[in-house]
Structure formats: structure tokens, C-alpha cells
Ligand binder design. Structure first.
Ligand SMILES: Cc1cc2nc3c(=O)[nH]c(=O)nc-3n(C[C@H](O)[C@H](O)[C@H](O)COP(=O)(O)OP(=O)(O)OC[C@H]3O[C@@H](n4cnc5c(N)ncnc54)[C@H](O)[C@@H]3O)c2cc1C
Length: 413
């Protein structure tokens, strides 16, 4: 039996471990902290299989400049003395055109559909109720007529798509009542879900432990991938000494960048920092049942169990997870303006995490120049959404199987 070590116990590493077990590998998972406590901890909870919208698009550079001067804007940029920031930015800007956006969107839709089906395969293993999974549907609301008209004009093969006036948005999602006069309209799609990513991670970690081929989650920090010049990785230098297996899977979120660099591989990843707020929902509150995206402000609202989860903002400030109180105050104000009665805002818990993002928003899955080193990284703003599909593609690649669709744009270049 082939043995694999998965580095990283976020949602991507845990799902990788599961699908590798399913593919017949013996698996060990290495995590330096506790599972699911980095980017996968309090994310937006959206399983956004169809609304994949890659960040790089035509018009984004101009919008980004406007956002930088807008106090309520979703974007912050702090220039760093780090070439990786500038290289990422240059590549991101090169992808800001309609053709690349359409190409990436098509690929992410394939990955999204695969991920939807793959997560459903886990139904017998983890009950959807256990991680607050709900088939909530998704409503994207637009504040400007221009953005709304552009969204309506965009081709969409989704048969469930409903174009809504502001009144219809509120009729469908009463939590938007206070914002009705500010809306130009909305688009609703069925089939998008919400769930608690951290609960999913914990449950999956527990199920892994019960699998006969699972060797355990080892609380260990990987410091270096060891190479011998023969085109293979021969071991991992870790805080518990050297660990060896037949295969190594790098799924360490944003930290994959440094580990790969040590093995001579450049990963085009940048930590796009985002924030979330979690507030308890009382019986008297009008929390959204549907998952709502406030398009211009880039704010996501989801009811997860008994809480309202709001996720927002893209700060390009390096790998810094400190909470900026001004950003939180700003986000809280926006949320209270938009959905004043949705939750108990006096008991907000705030959080910041790093989206391990590629310039295209497409993850990097599969082989590397080292024949036994594999990647599952770069899921960026949609790592929970894409985790199950990415893990399935990874396991297929490691078994040498033909993928269900061409992986152009999803592999290391
Ligand atoms: C504000 C915000 C909102 C988001 N909203 C959504 C959403 O609504 N829907 C969605 O699909 N996605 C969302 N995302 C994105 C999603 O959370 C991430 O893409 C996903 O969590 C990435 O998972 P990961 O496993 O790659 O990384 P992580 O969860 O960061 O896990 C990596 C793990 O590797 C471990 N590790 C790192 N280095 C080492 C090492 N050297 N040795 C051992 N272990 C190591 C870390 O401790 C960590 O546990 C959001 C992200 C943010 C920040």
C-alpha cells in the first residue's frame, strides 16, 4: 500500500486526506495547530457552486482604485517590500479581462459542480445537520442600476435564475426590508448552500480517525521538504524529526508558498485577508434565510445555525491576521445599515483570515516537478466550496486516473 502524508489540516487538507483514503492510500495528516483553525475557521460559510465569480475581471482595476479612496470600500492595499506581492499583483492585473475571466469561470463551474456532488457523497458519513448545512439559495443584490443591468445581461445557463425588483427581493428575503430603497434589484439562484466550515472540519477529522487506513493527525510543524536531487522528495523535516512516506501532499493554505519555495517551486499565492462577524440570532430577529451577497460592497450574509455570519473585505497587507478595529467598525456599520434587525449586534465576534489566493482565483491541484510531491492549494475565496471537488481531483491525479474534465488552468504552470 502506498503511504501519503498530507501537510495541513484545514478544509482542503482534511478533504484531501479523506479522498486519498478512499483511493486506497494509507494517510497521515500533519497539522501544526488544531485542525480547521486557520482560514477555514469562521469563513463566510457559502457553498457557492455556481456564483464562482473570479476576482480578476475587466473593469476591476478601475473599480479597485475607486475602492481605495472609499472608506466603506472592500479593498485595502499596503505596499510591501516583498516581490511576491508585486508579482502576484502584476499577474492579477494581466488576468483582468473578459476573456480570461470567462475561461476561469467555466473551469470553476466544472470544479463547483464536481464539489457539489463530492460533498453529497459524504452524506452517509456526516449528516448535513451536524454542520448546519442548508440549501439556502443565493440572492445577489445590486445597489446601482449599471451593475444590476450588467449582471442581468450576463449569460447564465442556470434555469433557476430569477431576476427580481427591489420589492421582489424583499418579498423573497424580508431581512432586506430596510435596504429596499437602496437596491436596484437582485438575482436569485437555487442550489447554493451554506454551512459551518469549522464544524465540517472537526467532523471530518473525527471520521478520518475511524478509517482503518488513517494513521492519525499528528500535531507537527513541517519546516522543510527534503530533496536528494533525484527528482523526488525524500522526507519532511518537522518539529517531530524527519517523517517519510511514498507521497507528500502540500495543502497548507497560504503557508504552502514558503514550503514549496524551499523545494524550488514558485506558487503564485497571496494572502487576501478578509474579515467575518458572527452574531447570535434571537427569536425576535429577522435573520436572512437566503444567503445574500451585497454586490457593490462585497459583503456576504449567511445564517449558519443560530448565528448570522457576515464575511467581507479584501486587504492586501501581507500574511497578517491581526484584527483592524477600524475595518470591523466599518463593516459593523454597513451590516447594521443593511440588515438592522437580523441579529444581536451587541454580541458580535469578529475574526480575520487569509484566503490563499491565486491571481486567477483558480486553485492549483496535482503534480509538481518532484514526482512524489502533489499540490492542493490556492482555493482562495472559495476554499470551502471547492474543497471536496479539489480533493477528488487530487486523489484521481495521484492514482493516475483520467480527470472528469480537462484540468487546464487548475495545475501548476
Ligand atoms: C473572510 C473569509 C471569508 C471566506 N468565505 C468563504 C465562503 O463563504 N465560502 C468558501 O468556500 N470559502 C470562503 N473563504 C475561503 C476559505 O475559507 C479558504 O479558501 C479555505 O479555508 C482554505 O483552506 P485551506 O485548507 O487551504 O487553508 P487553511 O484553512 O488555512 O488550512 C491550512 C492549514 O495548514 C496548517 N499549516 C500551515 N503550515 C503548516 C506547516 N508548516 N506544518 C503543519 N501545518 C501547517 C495551518 O495551521 C492550517 O491549519 C473565506 C475566507 C475568508 C478569509
Amino acid at each position: 500500500m502506498q503511504e501519503a502524508i498530507v501537510i495541513g489540516g484545514g478544509v482542503v487538507g482534511l478533504t484531501s486526506a479523506w479522498w486519498l483514503l478512499e483511493a486506497g492510500f494509507g494517510v497521515t495528516l500533519l497539522e501544526r495547530e488544531a485542525v480547521g483553525q486557520a482560514a477555514s475557521y469562521r469563513n463566510g460559510g457559502q457553498l457557492s457552486y455556481r456564483y464562482v465569480s473570479p476576482l480578476a475581471d475587466a473593469g476591476v482595476p478601475l473599480k479597485a482604485i475607486q475602492w481605495l479612496f472609499d472608506e466603506n470600500g472592500p479593498l485595502r492595499f499596503k505596499p510591501e517590500f516583498d516581490l511576491r506581492q508585486w508579482k502576484w499583483l502584476a499577474s492579477f492585473l494581466a488576468n483582468c479581462n473578459a476573456a480570461d475571466n470567462a475561461r476561469t469561470t467555466a473551469k470553476l463551474l466544472e470544479l463547483g459542480e464536481l464539489s457539489r456532488r463530492a460533498m453529497a457523497e459524504l452524506d452517509g458519513l456526516i449528516s448535513p445537520d451536524e454542520f448546519a448545512w442548508r440549501d439556502a439559495g443565493k440572492m445577489v443584490v445590486y445597489r446601482s442600476q449599471g451593475a444590476f443591468a450588467a449582471a442581468v445581461a450576463k449569460p447564465d445557463s442556470e434555469s433557476s435564475r430569477q431576476v427580481l425588483s427591489p420589492e421582489e427581493c424583499v418579498a423573497k428575503e424580508p431581512a432586506l426590508a430596510s435596504a429596499q430603497s437602496l437596491l436596484a434589484g437582485g438575482i436569485f439562484n437555487e442550489g447554493e448552500a451554506v454551512a459551518d466550515c469549522y464544524a465540517f472540519c472537526e467532523l471530518l477529522a473525527a471520521r478520518l480517525t475511524a478509517h482503518p487506513r488513517f494513521r492519525g493527525v499528528q500535531r507537527t510543524e513541517v519546516r522543510q521538504l527534503i530533496q536528494d536531487g533525484s527528482g523526488a522528495i525524500t522526507g519532511l523535516a518537522t518539529s517531530s524529526g524527519v517523517l517519510q512516506a511514498d507521497h507528500y501532499v502540500l495543502a497548507a493554505g497560504i503557508d504552502s508558498r514558503d514550503l514549496a519555495a524551499g523545494a524550488g517551486i514558485y506558487l503564485p499565492l497571496y494572502p487576501l485577508k478578509g474579515y467575518s462577524l458572527t452574531a447570535p440570532i434571537r427569536a425576535s430577529d429577522t435573520a436572512p434565510a437566503i444567503s445574500v451577497t451585497d454586490f457593490e460592497r462585497k459583503v456576504l450574509y449567511a445564517r449558519i445555525g443560530d448565528s448570522l455570519r457576515v464575511a467581507a473585505m479584501v486587504d492586501m497587507v501581507g500574511a497578517d491576521t491581526r484584527i483592524n478595529p477600524r475595518r470591523i467598525a466599518n463593516l459593523t456599520r454597513q451590516v447594521q445599515d443593511t440588515m438592522p434587525l437580523a441579529a444581536d449586534y451587541s454580541r458580535i465576534v469578529s475574526w480575520a483570515g487569509l484566503r490563499p489566493a491565486t491571481p486567477t482565483s483558480a486553485p492549483i491541484i496535482g503534480a509538481t516537478p518532484h514526482r512524489n510531491l502533489w499540490l492542493n492549494v490556492g482555493q482562495g475565496p472559495l476554499g470551502f466550496t471547492f474543497a471536496c471537488g479539489s480533493a477528488k481531483l487530487l486523489a484521481g491525479a495521484m492514482k493516475g486516473e483520467t480527470p472528469p474534465f480537462t484540468l487546464d488552468g487548475l495545475t501548476l504552470r
